[in-house]
Design a protein around this ligand. Structure first.
Ligand SMILES: [Zn+2]
Length: 392
């Protein structure tokens, strides 16, 4: 058997940052054989400058919106952003397919190996069937009016069946607390069993306001969309505390954004979670800066030992699909963050959240997680010039 052997300034194994004495040994297909000390590595070691890490896992993306790059202005706030996405997403099919291809190439180039991807149609399916990247497909259901619940759940089920035929890693997920009625939730819950479920969570301050008081910017959104909101009575609890129990059957839950999640919310879900359930918080800092000019409560999540993952969101709400850039944004705004921690979020935590840690996330024997090189790091910190690329 022939091998590839890699040694750089540092080797991140998915959990810890190892020193420069360690050599990663894989076969030529990228399957991990071992990590050995350089004195035992023999000949033909490839010497590189930078950090070697397993491939990145992007736990929140919307590949099907890739044609909307720079279409929506920055910092409009969530309501106007969502309204524009709904009304401006329709393009010629070939334009959308070509944008999906370009977006996937960008992800691969910068070291992403697996993606949790939101699906509202089948446009991304042909690309995914090329198996260039591993995908967990989140078929999204939404519908705020109770009267449309059955039709919307049937639509999602049909889409789910089409994805499931080709890619077993597929689930039906609620779009967001403010867009899924209790009636629609009832149809969705039976599909959560053993799946990874994602949900856009507390992306704006007025999400809690809706559930606590029945007021705020989402009420304006319903009016803009001619949705009669008169059926709705607020739970008088925060958004997350209102819907959390509905996710009890899921094996893994990815809460996406969490920009306005509070300590009380974390206390609540810690006390009420299903035994053995994997809960994680996907941060998409660049999308938060793009849409709301806000950032998630990183210190609070760390203090509570929450499992954190990273996502790019769609290119409609980000400047690019590059996990290293999400790490850069976090380190720039939260200067105490060590690269080792950010890399854990970008690799193994994401793989576990997507139930793909048999293959991805760490350099453990038998896994094939991709080999990525991060270059141009100064004093252990990322800077504007830092780049990442897939090398195997
Ligand atoms: Zn999203």
């Amino acid at each position: 058997m022939s091998y590839r052997k890699f040694k750089a300034d540092q080797l991140f194994n998915g959990i810890n940052m190892l020193g420069n004495d360690e050599v990663l040994v894989t076969n030529t297909d990228g399957e991990v054989i071992s990590i050995v000390n350089k004195k035992d590595a023999g000949d033909d070691v490839e010497i590189l400058n930078g950090i070697i890490t397993p491939g990145f896992v992007n736990t929140h993306c919307h590949l099907e919106l890739s044609h909307m790059k720079v279409l929506i202005p920055e910092k409009t706030g969530l309501v106007d952003f969502v309204y524009k996405v709904i009304n401006e997403r329709f393009f010629a099919e070939e334009e959308i397919l070509s944008a999906i291809d370009t977006a996937e190439k960008e992800m691969i180039k910068h070291g992403i190996v697996a993606v949790g991807d939101i699906c509202n149609n089948t446009l991304s399916l042909p690309q995914k069937m090329n198996n260039n990247l591993a995908y967990y497909n989140f078929v999204e259901a939404s519908g705020w009016l109770p009267a449309v619940a059955q039709a919307r759940s049937q639509r999602s089920k049909n889409l789910y069946d089409e994805f499931l035929k080709e890619i077993p890693a597929t689930s039906i997920v609620p779009h967001a607390p403010y867009s899924v009625s209790d009636d629609l939730w009832k149809y969705l819950i039976p599909f959560f069993e053993n799946k990874t479920i994602s949900i856009h969570n507390q992306e704006a301050p007025f999400e809690d306001e809706l559930f606590l008081q029945g007021t705020g910017d989402f009420v304006r959104m319903y009016r803009m969309m001619n949705i009669d909101n008169s059926f709705f009575s607020p739970s008088k609890k925060s958004s997350l505390q209102t819907y959390f129990h509905k996710l009890s059957r899921a094996a893994s839950v990815i809460f996406v954004h969490n920009t306005f999640t509070s300590q009380t919310d974390i206390d609540f879900i810690t006390a009420n979670k299903t035994v053995g359930q994997q809960l994680c918080f996907c941060l998409c800092p660049n999308a938060n800066l793009y849409i709301e000019n806000a950032l998630p409560p990183v210190e609070m999540l760390i203090k509570n030992n929450c499992s954190i993952t990273l996502g790019t969101d769609s290119i409609a709400s980000n400047w690019n699909l590059n996990i290293l850039n999400e790490m850069k944004a976090l380190q720039q705004h939260f200067t105490f963050l060590q690269l080792e921690k950010l890399l854990q979020w970008a690799t193994l935590n994401g793989a576990i959240a997507l139930q793909m840690d048999n293959t991805f996330g760490s350099f453990e024997k038998g896994k094939k997680p991709g080999v990525v090189l991060i270059e141009n790091i100064e004093d252990g910190k990322l800077n504007k010039e830092s780049t990442s690329k897939r090398i195997l």
